[in-house]
Write a protein that binds this ligand. Structure first.
Ligand code: SF4
Ligand code: SF4
Length: 73
């Protein structure tokens, strides 16, 4: 079953400082990227989820996020 993992970027802040979702996800589905390669502005950095069909819906990313920024749909 395909799972949508929604990240609220207003809550996440600067994922370069946190990375907890990237570290906890066993199938390593989270990506860290910048929407503007030439900017160091924290607001342009994002975590997103690739290959959502591999998500096991374990909920670990939701639990580990200190900002309550992740929702499973
Ligand atoms: S629910 Fe589990 S498998 Fe799915 S993205 Fe979150 S940590 Fe990864
Ligand atoms: S765990 Fe939450 S706050 Fe930390 S990088 Fe992931 S989405 Fe952002």
């Amino acid at each position: 079953m395909k799972t949508d993992i929604v990240v609220n970027y207003d809550k996440c802040g600067d994922p370069r400082e946190c990375k907890k979702c990237l570290q906890i996800c066993a199938p390593a589905l989270f990506l860290l990227y910048s929407t503007d390669d030439e900017s160091d502005d924290p607001d342009v950095w994002r975590v997103d989820v690739a290959f959502t069909d591999l998500c096991t819906r374990c909920g670990d990313c939701v639990e580990v996020c200190p900002k309550e920024a992740i929702t499973l749909v």
